[in-house]
Design a protein around this ligand. Structure first.
Ligand SMILES: [Mg+2]
Ligand SMILES: [Zn+2]
Length: 194
């Protein structure tokens, strides 16, 4: 069976962006706001080189909340995907939840199974890609990432990224790292696939 590293996106692959209206750090809403997070390309290259399948699992509720359109989020995705590809790593799936329980756009609002810490996408990866979840990892900068990984028996690395301090501290990760390169080094030190 294949092993995987599930990756949160914002705060892991790309940096959070300062929303000029709310003055809060959140996911980028426009392509020009996308900046690579520290250690992103190096981390992806380490993980791909060790033979892990790579899945991005990301909550993106800004369109549901009316802060931007789905087409804006698609444009942001395209830039992040291009940056990730520059590492030489292949991302097997980009799993996005665009829902929010209290959104204002009806078709994107309400309860859904895919919003982290919901495990829908991990189960999809297990079922469609043959992933051994007990041998897999979840890397993210928020409690929901750690909770999502733990719920499916993955080991977890919490990235202590800038500007997301308020989104963590309530769930205990297996490991902590300053960025994706350091997280990848921890994961590989526990055994790659070779
Ligand atoms: Mg995040
Ligand atoms: Zn969802």
């Amino acid at each position: 069976m294949a092993r995987a590293v599930f990756l949160d996106r914002d705060g892991v692959l790309n940096a959070l962006a300062l929303n000029p209206i709310t003055q809060e750090w959140e996911s980028p809403h426009h392509p020009q706001e996308v900046e690579a997070a520290p250690g992103m390309t190096e981390g992806l290259a380490i993980l791909a080189g060790a033979g892990f399948k790579l899945f991005v699992v990301s909550n993106q509720p800004s369109a549901a909340k009316g802060k931007c359109g789905l087409e804006d989020l698609k444009a942001v995705h395209a830039v992040v995907a291009l940056m990730a590809a520059s590492s030489g790593a292949v991302i097997d799936e980009w799993y996005y939840c665009h829902h929010h329980p209290k959104g204002i756009v009806p078709e994107l609002s309400g309860a859904c199974p895919c919003r982290k810490p919901g495990t829908f996408f991990l189960e999809d990866a297990r079922d469609r890609h043959g992933i051994d979840l007990a041998g897999s990892w979840f890397v993210g900068d928020s409690d929901v990432d750690v909770a999502c990984g733990r719920a499916m028996g993955c080991r977890t690395v919490l990235i202590e990224a800038s500007h997301s301090e308020g989104r963590r501290g309530g769930v205990l990760p297996h490991h902590r790292a300053p960025d994706l390169a350091a997280a990848a080094t921890i994961i590989v030190s526990h055994g790659g696939l070779a």
